[in-house]
Design a protein around this ligand. Structure first.
Ligand code: SF4
Ligand code: SF4
Length: 172
């Protein structure tokens, strides 16, 4: 009896190993292979452009006010029709997020009146130097969409007077 029991347990273990060898692997070859994230995944922030290339961010700092971790720093400057970065009066001349503080709650996204800041699907956020944890605007901003012009743009006077565009009714 003392011999049979270990042999049965050994056979059971080997059977489990054998069975798993023919199962579909659950591991992936990261970083060559990347697993798609879920639709509501909250990754690294992205600052968006309009289709014409103007930045959606108007430097209002509502995201910074809403951030419970005090992770966002925004400094705004004036737009003119000669040198325009975004619709309306102001744009974010400095926009920084301290990733050591961020808790990925998404409050900044909810607070933004122009849908400029979005938590995207980027999750590769490692760094070895604390100074590199502060992401500046040029790291956060999306590329200008195809067909759009880079900023600053020269625009027709009176064309971009509204900072906040007409938005869809979320209840639609
Ligand atoms: S996700 Fe939350 S913690 Fe991170 S910057 Fe936005 S509001 Fe702050
Ligand atoms: S991201 Fe949105 S809330 Fe934050 S400063 Fe820009 S426009 Fe304002």
């Amino acid at each position: 009896m003392r011999v049979v029991e270990p042999v049965v347990e050994l056979a059971r273990g080997l059977w489990t190993t054998l069975r798993m060898m023919f199962d579909k692997p659950v591991t992936i070859q990261y970083p060559e292979q990347k697993k798609p994230v879920k639709a509501r995944f909250r990754g690294r922030h992205v600052l968006k452009h309009y289709e014409n290339g103007l930045e959606k961010c108007i430097g209002c700092a509502l995201c910074a006010a809403a951030c419970p971790a005090d992770a966002i720093f925004v400094e705004s400057s004036e737009n003119t029709d000669e040198v325009r970065f975004s619709p309306g009066e102001r744009y974010a001349s400095t926009y920084e997020i301290n990733m050591l503080r961020c808790i990925f709650c998404g409050f900044c996204e909810d607070a933004c009146p122009t849908e400029a800041i979005v938590l995207g699907d980027q999750y590769e956020l490692s760094f070895t130097d604390r100074r590199r944890a502060i992401y500046p605007k040029d790291m956060l901003i999306d590329p200008v969409p195809p067909g759009g012009k880079p900023v600053p743009q020269k625009t027709e006077p009176g064309t971009f007077t509204r900072s906040v565009p007409e938005m869809k009714d979320p209840s639609d």
